[in-house]
Write a protein that binds this ligand. Structure first.
Ligand code: AMP
Length: 297
């Protein structure tokens, strides 16, 4: 496994691999890796000829009051894990080379970027769309792997890839959870033991919503209220039911729907979601699209 910091060297490597007819799988990360990241890397290693993982804590997606400086950085451990998983290249550019003096270009994805996380983090998705575009331009991936954990981010990247005619397939992978149901996140390490215990209300509330859906509940407000009730001990940011592709709120469950939640816990902000699909021509035949995403325990 090679570690590349330099943009030009990264692109030269990618062009050479493509010339050999090899497909490039790409997993963009901010490091502090856990099993969630590892699941994306495993998928890339299995499916693509060569795999690149980036480790870059992207300054443009943090507001000045957010945790850019204190975001966990564990580069050596990350590299050891990525090597074990079979990654070929770790791409770790410097912030100064990504955003040199005079940098002025940003990517904004309209519509799908509105609501949910953008209400409290209005800067966030512009930063994400911009850095992902820049990374794609350097890594030249055939496929890029993202987690459903960040469902709005995934929908934005898919929209962006389609709108900008990017020659990359966006692969969305299921949420990986701790055995007690908590969705894995690099920021979970900010939680005290007490906060971590309280955070289990999130996956428990989503499990309850799932049971309601399985029992045939189709009223969006009933589902949202039940989740709010289950998360009541927490500082809730949002509980929303939206179209899974467009992020437009829905009242009745029909087609593919995303039930997404966010809550603040001390210095951490936790997000989680479930997706489900009800065939539009036969509402009674509820079909869970991602059974493995069901919060367990
Ligand atoms: P991050 O390092 O937090 O920017 O995440 C990098 C990628 O890993 C994103 O595509 C995330 O959606 C994905 N990811 C983070 N946590 C999980 C998880 N628990 N399960 C699956 N994918 C995840």
């Amino acid at each position: 496994m090679k570690i590349i910091h330099d943009k030009q060297a990264m692109r030269v490597w990618a062009i050479a691999e493509k010339a050999k007819g090899r497909s490039i799988g790409f997993v963009p990360t901010m490091g502090a890796l856990h099993e969630g990241h590892a699941s994306l890397v495993r998928a890339a290693v299995e499916r693509d000829d060569v795999t690149v993982a980036s480790v870059f804590v992207n300054p443009t997606q943090f507001a000045p009051h957010e945790d850019l400086d204190s975001y966990p950085r564990t580069f050596e451990e990350d590299c050891a894990l990525l090597e074990k998983l079979g990654v070929d290249i770790v791409y770790a550019p410097d912030p100064e080379s990504m955003y040199p003096k005079g940098y002025a270009t940003y990517v904004t994805v309209e519509g799908v970027s509105e609501g949910l996380c953008s209400l409290t983090r209005p800067h966030f998705f512009r930063g994400v769309a911009t850095v992902v575009t820049k990374l794609f331009c350097t890594v030249l991936p055939d496929r890029a792997y993202f987690g459903q954990k960040d469902a709005q981010q995934c929908a934005i990247i898919k929209r962006m890839a389609e709108d900008l005619d990017l020659a990359v397939e966006i692969v969305e992978m299921p949420i990986i959870r701790e055995t007690d149901g908590l969705a894995m996140s690099s920021r979970n390490r900010y939680l005290s033991a007490e906060e971590r215990q309280k955070a289990l209300n999130i996956s428990a509330a989503l499990r309850r919503a799932q049971a309601m859906l399985a029992a045939g509940e189709r009223d969006g407000a009933a589902i949202v209220n039940a989740v709010r009730e289950g998360m009541a001990p927490l500082d809730i940011d949002y509980v929303v039911l939206v179209d899974a592709r467009t992020m437009v709120p829905v009242d009745r469950i029909c087609g593919e729907v995303l039930l997404a939640v966010a809550a603040n816990m001390g210095s951490a902000r936790l997000i989680d979601n479930i997706k489900f699909a009800v065939p539009q021509d036969n509402e009674a035949a509820l079909e869970m699209t991602a059974k493995e995403n069901v919060p367990c325990c």
